[in-house]
Ligand binder design. Structure first.
Ligand code: AMP
Ligand code: MG
Length: 414
C-alpha cells in the first residue's frame, strides 16, 4: 500500500513544482484603468504614487495646550506669559505674537511662526489672561513638523501593491482623487456533472445539490477579479468542449469543478488536450490529486476535482496564487506557524496533506491544533468547522498527540 502510494507519488508533481510551473507560465493581465480612490480597495496599484504636497501641510500642534516661544522660557524656573488668542484646527491664529505672549492651541491647530513649542493644557495654570508655566517646561515639544510624514514629491505607495484601507487613507491625506490600477482578471467558472441539481429544485435519487459553484463564488470574491458563474454543464463531451472553447474567447481564466479524475465521464483532460494544452495533471497533494492546468487559446484553464473539500484546498493552494499573479499582485505566501497537535493524525506517506484543523492559542501565546474530525474530501462540514490546515509533508506517516506540526490558518482571526 505504502509502496504503491510512493510509486504513484513519483509520477506526480509536488505542490512546490506545480507552483513553480504556474509561476513560469503565467503573465499578468496587461491592461490598466483609472478608478476613484473610494473604489480602489483591494485593487492592484499599477504605478507608484507620489505626494503633491507635504504631509503635514502646516506645522501644527499634537496636543490641546498653549503655543509659546522657547526664547520666553526662564532658565529652569517657572514663568508666566500673557494669552493673546487661539489657534483652532482649521482656523489659525491671525495675529502676530510678541515676546512674553502665548496662544491657546488645539490639536491640529497651526503653530504660529513666532512660536516653536507647545505645552499640554494639563501642565499649566490659567489665571484669566495669564498662563503660568512650570519650571520643568520643555522646549520644542508637541509639534508636528511640515512634511514629517511624507515630503512633497515623496513616495506614498509603491507598485505593484494591493491597496488596503490604510493606503486609501494615506492617498486621501495627500489629496489623491483617483489611482491607476490593473484591470480585473476576467474569470468564468462552471460545474460539470449529470448528478448536479440547482438549489430550489427537489433532489431526485442519485442527484446532489451543486455546492461547488457557491464555494467558488465565495472564494473568488476579490476586487481584483471580475467573476461570471456560467452554471452547470452535463457530462457530455461535445457540450463541454463547446463551452470551454466559447468561454475561452471572452475570459482570462476558466475554472471548472468535477470531471477531472479518470472516471469514464471525466472528459476534462481529454478535451483540454484536443482544444488547448495541458500543463500538468496530477499533483501529490491530498485532498486534490486530480487537477488540470492548461491553456485554451489565450485563456488559462484550471480543472479542479469535484469533491467539495478538494475544490477549496486546490483553489487555495494552487489556483489562488496563480490568480494573484495574473492580477499583477506582488508575490506573497500563506502564513504558516508551528503548533502542538492535540490529536493523533492518520497519514500514509506519498502526498503532502492539508488536513483540516482547529487552531487555538492559550493565554501564554502557545498554539494548539486539533483535528477537525472526519477528513474525507467530500466532508464539507468538518472544513466548515475548521479554521486552519494542518500541513503534513509527503513523507510523514502520521502524527502522535503532542507532536509539533505546521499549521496554515485560514484567516488572521482564530
Ligand atoms: P468528479 O471529479 O466529477 O469525479 O466528482 C467527484 C465527486 O465530487 C463526486 O462525488 C461528485 O458527485 C462530486 N461533485 C462534483 N461536482 C460537484 C459539485 N458541483 N458540487 C458538489 N459535489 C460535486
Ligand atoms: Mg463528475
Amino acid at each position: 500500500m505504502i509502496d504503491a502510494c510512493s510509486r504513484e507519488a513519483k509520477q506526480m508533481l509536488s505542490l512546490k513544482e506545480a507552483l513553480e510551473k504556474i509561476k513560469a507560465a503565467i503573465q499578468p493581465v496587461s491592461g490598466t484603468e483609472k478608478v476613484m480612490l473610494k473604489n480602489a480597495l483591494g485593487r492592484v496599484l499599477s504605478e507608484p504614487v507620489y505626494s503633491p504636497i507635504n504631509i503635514p501641510h502646516d506645522r501644527n500642534s499634537a496636543m490641546d495646550g498653549y503655543a509659546f516661544a522657547s526664547s520666553d522660557m526662564a532658565q529652569k524656573q517657572e514663568f508666566t506669559l500673557s494669552l493673546v488668542g487661539t489657534s483652532w484646527a482649521g482656523r489659525p491664529f491671525q495675529g502676530q505674537l510678541k515676546p512674553g505672549q502665548c496662544i491657546r492651541i488645539f490639536t491640529g491647530g497651526v503653530v504660529p511662526a513666532e512660536t516653536d513649542s507647545v505645552i499640554m493644557q494639563e501642565h499649566v495654570q490659567v489665571q484669566e489672561k495669564n498662563i503660568h508655566f512650570p519650571a520643568d517646561t520643555k522646549a520644542h515639544q508637541n509639534i508636528r513638523e511640515v512634511g514629517e510624514d511624507i515630503k512633497q514629491g515623496g513616495l506614498l505607495c509603491t507598485h505593484p501593491k494591493i491597496l488596503t484601507a490604510v493606503d486609501l487613507g494615506l492617498l486621501a491625506s495627500a489629496g489623491i482623487c483617483d489611482v491607476t490600477v490593473r484591470q480585473p482578471v476576467k474569470i468564468a467558472f462552471f460545474s460539470t456533472g449529470d448528478e448536479l441539481t440547482a438549489l430550489g429544485q427537489p433532489l431526485e435519487s442519485g442527484k446532489i445539490y451543486d455546492s461547488n459553484r457557491y464555494t467558488l463564488n465565495g472564494l473568488l470574491a476579490d476586487a481584483c477579479y471580475s467573476v461570471a458563474d456560467l452554471g452547470v454543464i452535463p457530462d457530455d463531451k461535445q457540450k463541454l468542449e463547446d463551452s470551454l472553447v466559447e468561454t475561452s474567447k471572452n475570459y482570462d481564466v476558466i475554472i471548472t469543478t468535477g470531471g477531472a479524475s479518470v472516471g469514464e465521464a471525466d472528459y476534462v483532460k481529454e478535451i483540454l488536450e484536443s482544444c488547448g494544452e495541458v500543463n500538468f495533471w496530477k499533483i501529490a497533494i491530498k485532498p486534490g490529486k486530480p487537477l488540470a492546468f492548461g491553456k485554451i487559446g489565450q485563456c488559462y484553464f484550471f480543472g479542479l476535482p469535484g469533491n467539495p473539500v478538494a475544490v477549496v484546498a486546490t483553489f487555495q493552494q494552487i489556483v489562488s496564487p496563480a490568480l494573484k499573479q495574473l492580477s499583477g499582485a506582488p508575490y506573497s505566501k500563506p502564513l504558516q506557524l508551528m503548533a502542538t497537535c492535540i490529536s493523533a493524525l492518520k497519514k500514509a506517506p506519498g502526498r503532502q496533506e492539508f488536513q483540516r484543523g482547529i487552531l487555538t492559542q492559550d493565554d501564554n501565546g502557545e498554539f494548539f491544533v486539533a483535528s477537525a474530525d472526519k477528513q474525507g474530501s467530500h466532508i464539507l462540514s468538518s472544513m466548515s468547522q475548521a479554521n486552519c490546515y494542518i500541513v503534513l509533508a509527503s513523507e510523514c506517516n502520521g502524527m502522535q498527540a503532542g507532536d509539533r506540526v505546521t499549521v496554515q490558518p485560514f484567516s488572521l482571526l482564530i
